[in-house]
Design a binder for this molecule. Structure first.
Ligand code: B12
Ligand code: SF4
Length: 452
């Protein structure tokens, strides 16, 4: 099938013609047992493309997981913009063959992607391939192979979360350069421009927080990133190693980005912050004030910290139009938590504040960690029951052992899978640290429990 509209094109800060280098960003396919477009956007790649464009480059985006560049049939999205990806069966990688689950490539048909890239004229001077989950690297490898086939002489840089957390493994993927870390880090910035044969220009304002959201021609939703990093240090999380500090954007910058998206018709906005409610006066209050009465729907799929849900916070969120409320509960065993971010008192106060603000039973769900090393499944059952008792929908967040997170070494000790050497085994779909691993019967048990 031929992509007809609108294809991918070069854009620049002025009229798209300039003479800066041409940089193509690719968000690769997902190869996995399951994937759902929960308002997913490659925020990191969009931040990179914004920085490069603001510094004089011309940029283009090929998002293998988004339909907006083509008229290829796509599963109908939910009214708020989330939805399924098209998928095609794939043979699972050898190491995952024994798992009784279907493996697929999610996203556009590679033939359509190849054709759209082939039509990009003139060709790029540099291709950036981003990565999100560590165990999705085969999609990045496929993208690199495709780029090599179309433009054998164009350099390819691989970056993003997998490249940052598994740099040695990423070195084998076939890119010319693996660049872990953040592009706004002056060293990384300089190396990337060297690949273009140029001295690095000054980093633009807003580097690392602003994103080139306009590269989506007709988006059903948009994302908001008002901060980077998280002040907490939960043992199962890599946030601290991906972004050691905590940085917030200025309210005017976040608002300007939101207003641009709102003006072109976007009404669903999704927060990507790890610590959305920390120091909300910096940018979140002005943003929520602006949303009041504008008929937008806000979503927090990345979960909010319950400890910050005071009556004022909940009322502001409600008035601004928060619809999808996701909370980080993790466990009901408040006395023996693996983190320090939530006490029983916080939970009770947060639940009362949400209720008073008018959030109903259908609006709120809590993530419960499942499959941690040494976790007693009875703890998960109790947590599900507790969430229900509070009128909150329980959702299992399957544990992903993440290199560099404090719990990774223990995960390696208990898991029968080679977690360190093979990132595919970090996939939460295989239940890598659950006694006996994934099985259909065990999966059915938890599904039924969540339904009942
Ligand atoms: C937003 C988010 C989500 C969103 C959307 C994710 C998406 N895009 O599809 C939602 C809520 C859907 C989500 C879901 C999940 N997530 Co999540 N998520 C994040 C989060 C908080 C932010 C990612 C982000 O956008 N950051 C902001 C951008 C600007 O930063 P960045 O991507 O790192 O980009 C910078 C650099 O990497 C670099 N860069 C990026 N690309 C490139 C390319 C080149 C060439 C170069 C040079 C540089 C470069 O420069 C960028 C600018 O500084 C991260 C944690 C974190 N703090 O990173 C977790 C994180 C990625 N998620 C994680 C997990 C585990 C999950 C879930 C599996 C949770 C669960 N158990 O259910 C699910 C499953 C996702 C799925 N199947 O779709 C893990 C990853 C684990 C892993 N093994 O890789 C992380 C790291 C959190 C953690 N626990 O530590 N997630
Ligand atoms: S799990 Fe959440 S609260 Fe804990 S360190 Fe990660 S982002 Fe912060």
């Amino acid at each position: 099938m031929k992509p007809k509209w609108p294809g991918i094109t070069w854009t620049s800060c002025n009229d798209g013609t300039g003479d800066g280098p041409r940089v193509l960003g690719i968000n690769p396919w997902i190869h996995d047992f399951a994937a759902y477009g929960l308002w997913s956007r490659p925020a990191g790649l969009l931040a990179c493309l914004h920085m490069l464009r603001a510094a004089g480059a011309r940029v283009a985006l090929m998002d293998c997981l988004d339909r907006t560049w083509s008229d290829i049939p796509w599963p109908k999205a939910h009214a708020t913009g989330k939805g399924h990806y098209p998928k095609a069966s794939l043979a699972p990688p050898d190491i995952l063959k024994a798992l009784p689950r279907r493996f697929s490539r999610y996203g556009h048909d590679p033939a359509a992607v190849r054709e759209a890239l082939g039509r990009l004229s003139p060709p790029p001077d540099l291709v950036l391939v981003t990565t999100v989950m560590t165990y999705w690297y085969p999609g990045a490898a496929e993208a690199i192979r495709m780029v090599r086939g179309i433009w054998p002489d164009v350099p390819v840089a691989l970056g993003g979360i997998y490249a940052s957390l598994c740099p040695d493994h990423a070195a084998g993927l076939g890119a010319d350069l693996v660049l872990g870390g953040r592009l706004e880090d002056p060293q990384v910035w300089a190396v990337l421009w060297k690949l273009l044969g140029q001295d690095a220009p000054a980093l633009p304002a807003g580097a690392g927080l602003e994103m080139a959201l306009d590269l989506y021609a007709d988006p059903g939703f948009s994302i908001i990133l008002g901060s980077r990093g998280c002040p907490f240090r939960c043992p199962y999380c890599a946030s601290r190693s991906l972004y050691p500090g905590f940085r917030q954007a200025g309210a005017n910058d976040v608002l300007a980005s939101i207003q641009r998206e709102y003006r072109r018709g976007v009404r669903d906005f999704v927060f990507y912050d790890d610590a959305l409610l920390v120091a909300p006066q910096t940018w979140l209050w002005p943003v929520l004030d602006w949303f009041e009465g504008r008929g937008a729907r806000l979503h927090t799929p990345n979960a909010m910290h319950v400890r910050y849900l005071t009556p004022e916070v909940c009322q502001r969120l409600k008035r601004a139009g928060l619809r999808t409320v996701r909370l980080g509960l993790e466990t009901e065993d408040f006395e023996h938590r693996r983190d320090v971010k939530l006490s029983r008192e916080h939970w009770e106060a947060g639940m009362a504040a949400l209720r008073e603000a008018g959030f109903g039973q259908g609006d709120v769900a809590a993530y419960i960690l499942f499959g941690l090393p040494d976790q007693d499944p009875a703890e998960v059952e109790r947590t599900i029951a507790m969430a229900r008792a509070w009128g909150v929908r329980p959702e299992l967040a399957h544990f992903t052992p993440i290199p560099s997170s404090p719990l990774f070494d223990r995960a390696c000790e208990v898991s029968p899978w080679p977690l360190k050497d093979e990132p595919l085994c970090q996939n939460n779909s295989i239940w890598p640290c659950v006694d006996g691993g994934y099985s259909r019967e065990r999966a059915r048990f938890w599904r039924e429990l969540l339904k009942s």
